[in-house]
Design a protein around this ligand. Structure first.
Ligand SMILES: Cc1cc2nc3c(=O)[nH]c(=O)nc-3n(C[C@H](O)[C@H](O)[C@H](O)COP(=O)(O)OP(=O)(O)OC[C@H]3O[C@@H](n4cnc5c(N)ncnc54)[C@H](O)[C@@H]3O)c2cc1C
Length: 411
């Protein structure tokens, strides 16, 4: 293979998953390890306007801490101190919650933190720019690649070619590399859209997150620093598009009906944005000299804020697999290494996607028998402290075969 430059790993896609993997390899792999990071958008600039804030689990925070990135994020990261889950009708005078997590979250490290996407993008970009081991090709694309027993030859959109031992597809849910490798997906689009915005309110949220299951889909109020909350509002596609097209006054009126009065007067404190919602799992997470991570491998319903957390589990597992192989002098792109990664991540991702899908189906309806059944089931959870503690540990990403970086250990 004749190429302009040779690397150990080429990463297609410099979103949150791709950028974090590049940093993990640059900081933890043996000296001399080299990484190419290719993205369609320029990485040094902030992300295009994105209204989202991300709920990052304690495990994701540990990964960012091991990589030395957390201190820059911590000042504006809001810990989630308690969670309330309700499915009260909107016109109910009171909205009693049937499942709450309070003391369970106060036993040690918070289970999750809210981090604004602009902050995460800035911190990751600055760290990538400082790493000598990472060459950034952006704006540029991965147009094509071929593989053989020695490595991959990657053709970029501007005609340049680079070679690597392993190519990582971190190019998002419409991954061109996944398609090029002939990997099919299972899944479907939800007849819902996710509306996202930021709200300022008169009173303090005290770190409380609220998940309000409404018939069209869940409405989440997630605490941000200051008297602000991030809204993730799932609506049926038709109703959601009408809400997005409404004037600001009408939008705030609809938002206010769902938000309630508990935090006092509200005002919009950011743009509104909507996202199509899908469930999608790649049938395989690997192919010849190719590994899929992040949304290229799996897309889940955002109702529990798990998408990137699952993607960062891929990052931690793949980084551990690559670093261990590299230290032993093994071929990091060879089948045994890739098979280890796939065994580690595919079942866990499919399981998470199925749980989010099940919850969305169970709650996004107004059937009286179903409402009675789910309230009964969740009422049982509410009275079972051990089960609640387990759920908290699961949401924090602390159960199962957890990669070492997610436990806060260096490789
Ligand atoms: C409404 C909503 C709320 C969410 N809330 C949360 C939350 O609270 N917590 C959480 O953990 N997750 C959440 N998620 C999920 C999370 O946003 C995604 O899982 C995550 O952003 C995916 O990151 P990624 O890097 O895998 O993919 P992307 O962000 O899609 O990045 C892919 C990158 O690849 C680049 N690219 C594409 N094609 C090419 C190519 N051919 N060559 C080079 N580059 C290419 C793109 O420019 C892009 O930068 C939410 C999602 C939605 C929709």
């Amino acid at each position: 293979m004749r190429s302009d430059r040779r690397y150990d790993v080429a990463i297609a896609g410099g979103g949150f998953a791709g950028r974090t993997l590049a940093l993990a390899l640059a900081r933890l792999a043996p000296a001399g390890f080299s990484i190419a990071l290719i993205d369609a958008e320029a990485l040094q600039a902030d992300l295009p306007l994105d209204a989202r804030a991300l709920a990052l689990s304690a495990a994701s925070k540990s990964l960012l801490a091991v990589l030395g990135l957390w201190p820059a994020l911590a000042p504006n990261a809001q810990a989630i101190e308690s969670i309330e889950i309700t499915d009260s009708p909107l016109n109910a005078a009171l909205r009693p919650y049937f499942l709450g997590f309070d003391d369970e979250l106060k036993t040690g490290e918070p289970g999750a933190y809210m981090v604004e996407t602009g902050d995460l993008a800035r911190v990751l970009s600055a760290a990538v720019a400082d790493e000598e081991a990472i060459d950034v090709y952006a704006p540029n694309t991965v147009a094509d690649y071929t593989s053989d027993e020695f490595g991959v030859a990657v053709t970029l959109g501007n005609g340049q070619t680079i070679a690597a031992r392993l190519l990582v597809a971190a190019d998002g849910k419409r991954s061109r590399l996944r398609e090029r490798a002939g990997i099919k997906c299972v899944g479907w689009s939800y007849p819902q859209i996710g509306i996202v915005t930021t709200v300022a309110h008169a009173k303090s949220h005290h770190g409380r997150a609220v998940q309000h299951f409404l018939p069209a889909g869940p409405f989440a109020i997630l605490p941000l620093k200051g008297n602000r909350s991030s809204i993730v509002w799932t609506e049926s596609a038709a109703q959601g598009e009408a809400i997005m097209a409404a004037s600001e006054a009408e939008f705030v009126a609809e938002l206010g009906k769902r938000f309630g009065h508990r935090l006092g007067e509200i005002a919009l404190a950011g743009v509104r944005q909507s996202f199509p919602l899908d469930l999608q799992i790649a049938r395989s997470f690997v192919a010849d000299r190719l590994a899929l991570i992040g949304d290229a491998a799996h897309v889940v319903h955002p109702l529990a804020g798990q998408g990137l957390n699952i993607g960062l589990r891929d990052v931690a597992a793949l980084a551990e697999t690559i670093v261990e192989s590299a230290r032993l002098g093994l071929d990091i792109g060879a089948a045994p290494s890739l098979e280890r990664y796939e065994r580690w991540r595919r079942f866990d991702s499919a399981f998470s996607a199925a749980v989010m899908d099940g919850l969305n189906r169970l709650f996004s309806n107004d059937s009286t028998p179903l409402r009675a059944l789910r309230d009964f089931g969740l009422g049982l959870v509410e009275r079972a402290p051990a089960l609640k503690r387990f759920l908290v540990r699961e949401a924090a990403g602390a159960t199962g075969n957890v990669p070492r970086l997610l436990r806060g250990e260096k490789l």
